[in-house]
Design a protein around this ligand. Structure first.
Ligand SMILES: Nc1ncnc2c1ncn2[C@@H]1O[C@H](COP(=O)(O)OP(=O)(O)O)[C@@H](O)[C@H]1O
Ligand SMILES: [Mg+2]
Length: 303
């Protein structure tokens, strides 16, 4: 099987995935999506570095940020790989859905899963009217960058005057009801789902309301309740991700709400507090999917 591992950054994760794939008998070729070319007029127009024939499977750790044009091309490359019969984890469709927080919220809601009330509008006047109606001091909304990650750029909005101008939000206001945590601790939860199953989870404890490990949140071991595992599995299915980190927060009534579904999750924090080998689980699930997608071979010469 021709296997590619595409990772533009994050050496720790890349090394873990490479080792896990090799442990399972694959020989992954590392490449960067930024180095893939399209060349027409000859043989196969999609040129993936390290591959003469196109890969059977590509395990994607990250798609590096870039301009709108660069990102569009990289997603196009992934779509072309899928069209050629390759298994891509996560699929470009899943990546597009999860990177766009508005689409994630829509899919979660359509699937009937609990998530904080969310409002996405393009114009400042519409956002201001929303804030006027839905928020007040002590009961703010959370403004998130549509393509945000790692807890960057989140703001609490209590009054219309708090709203940044359209330019500063790239002309999309993603506003969500702020969920207060009622035990005085800044805690929420991360569940790692792979192949449809919640395989590991942790508590994340922050010094403030944003608990991302990148922002100083501390991973703590968690005896994950079934309700949390089932909700994370359903959220992963709703977005169509093959492996994912799902952020959950307590709803204050003994249940959970989905905050986010990540298609390019990091797991170094989680790995410190779980015995499950996350990279191995991802590599195994991915190779299973590649095998399942390949047409069955007739008996080979060696039997
Ligand atoms: N609606 C909310 N209410 C309370 N806290 C929130 C809410 N949304 C996000 N947070 C906090 O901010 C963190 C980052 O938000 P998230 O939606 O996961 O975006 P990111 O992609 O930046 O991780 C969450 O893990 C949580 O700690
Ligand atoms: Mg998150």
């Amino acid at each position: 099987m021709r296997i590619g591992l595409a990772a533009d950054n994050g050496n720790w994760h890349k090394a873990r995935l490479k080792a896990a794939l090799e442990h399972l008998g694959a020989e992954p070729v590392l490449f960067s999506l930024a180095d893939v070319a399209v060349v027409t007029g000859g043989a196969e127009p999609l040129r993936v570095p390290g591959f003469d024939a196109l890969p059977d499977g590509v395990l994607l750790r990250t798609v590096a940020g870039g301009t709108f044009e660069a990102t569009t091309m990289r997603l196009g490359v992934l779509h072309a790989l899928v069209a050629s019969g390759a298994t891509v984890w996560n699929s470009p469709t899943a990546i597009e859905r999860s990177v766009d927080k508005a689409m994630t919220s829509l899919l979660i809601d359509r699937a009937g899963l609990p998530t904080p009330d969310t409002f996405v509008v393009s114009q400042r006047a519409a956002a201001a009217a929303l804030v006027e109606r839905e928020a007040r001091p002590g009961r703010p909304l959370v403004l998130k960058p549509l393509f945000g990650s790692q807890g960057e750029g989140l703001q609490l909005i209590a009054r219309p005057e708090d709203l940044p101008d359209e330019e500063a939000v790239s002309r999309v206001y993603y506003l969500q009801r702020y969920i207060a945590r009622n035990d005085g601790l800044w805690r929420d939860y991360r569940v790692f789902v792979c192949e449809g199953r919640a395989i590991a989870g942790m508590i994340r404890e922050g010094d403030g309301w944003i608990t991302n490990v990148h922002r100083g949140g501390r991973p703590l071991p968690w005896a994950m309740p079934d309700a949390a595992a089932e909700l994370a599995e359903a959220a992963a299915a709703a977005v169509g991700v093959d492996y994912t980190g799902v952020d959950l927060v307590e709803d204050g009534e003994g249940g959970y709400l989905v905050l986010e579904v990540n298609s390019m999750p990091a797991w170094s924090g989680l790995q410190r507090v779980t015995e499950v080998d996350i990279a191995l689980a991802v590599a195994r699930g991915f190779l299973n999917a590649v095998r399942a997608a390949r047409p069955p071979r007739l008996v080979s010469a060696s039997g």
